[in-house]
Design a binder for this molecule. Sequence first.
Ligand code: PMP
Length: 430
Amino acid sequence: MPRLTTNSRALQLRAESFLPGGVDSPVRAFRAVGGDPPFVTHAEGAYLYDADGNKYLDMFGSWGPMILGHAFPPAVEAIHTAAAKSASFGASHAGEADLAELVTKCFPSVERLRFVSSGTEACMSAIRLARGYTGRKFVIKFEGCYHGHSDALLVKAGSGVATFGIPGSAGVPEETAMHTLALPYNDLDAVRLAFANHPGAIACIIVEPVVGNAGTIPPAPGYLEGLRTLTHEHGALLIFDEVMTGFRLSLGGAQSLYGITPDLTTLGKIVGGGLPCGAFGGRAEIVNFLAPLGPVYQAGTLSGNPLAMAAGIATLKHLIAHKDTIYPQIDTITAAIANGVAALAEDAGVKLTTNRIGSMFTWFFTGTPVTNFDTAATSDTAAFAKFHRAMLDAGVWLPPSQYEAAFVGTAHSAAEVDLILQAAREALSL
Ligand code: PMP
């Protein structure tokens, strides 16, 4: 049955009078899937509630941060306590080192780090640091990977850029992007060739170790090891963008899962417990190139914000204390959801490629195995859009694009598995 949308539609129209597309981030506008984007009034645990009184099972978790569910009580309390002491000081406070220490515990490759206010800033700053440290200009990134919307990284990017089928962005001068080499993911020969063509000029490789922004794409066996070896051989830095995978695939992210030590790591989403926060860090010798110790400038009025630090500390403390139960639990629940719907699709004769690592997954509407952006792009996005709308009407809110990962958190239990399988059974037969 179609859900009620009267109030959300009115709010969307009002928002459109002030905000382009009515949104502050493009994919929220539902252009790729159609239908009215629900306007959220509040959220709790695994559920979102909208302005028309609809309740949705949340399968995107604010695009990753809400691994412990919405309004996780210890985080709410920590934010309240911090807010009562002022939302921002613009001066040092103990919370910054407290959260930094927790991050370094989870990520042994991160000896020093700096907090910023978003994943975009983390990646942009990590690239500047890598260039400053190596004295080189070129950056290798991979097609379909998204590292935020800074100019140099908006080249063949994933996420909304892929969703809207645009190769990069207007407003990014060719000269700004000319030192960014975008190569196919999971293809080491392409990386070897790039190093051969630009000897001594490549500062770094930045990679989503497990891609989430072209939909979920795991690394082929040996791929991440190959990137590590090649960067070592050519004196370039390896940057793992773990904004999405950090604290999600394991406490220590993809680098711990795959046993690879990058030079720099970027973090976001979970690290701030849902508040605007990111971080970048790595070996002390490299990170100490940042001002005030070194020549690479980077700054932020709200960096290390006390509310974000408090929410991050509450979140990471919980993840650290319960890691032995949390990660196996979310893995099991996600497997039940991802594989359960895959089986239903097979029964219904719908071609689906299911990619899953731990608590992130994507159902690609294609019969082709998805190993890079080109194979992800074989998906039938119209079929995905129809599925998305049917699921939303049945009370399940999937990420509103084929080129995004779905996320599961600790608030998803067996009841939520049943709910989603029941919804999918109907949606796939429509
Ligand atoms: N890197 C990755 C891997 C991401 O998934 C994202 C956001 N989805 C970013 C960077 C940018 O983070 P933010 O939206 O916080 O700027």
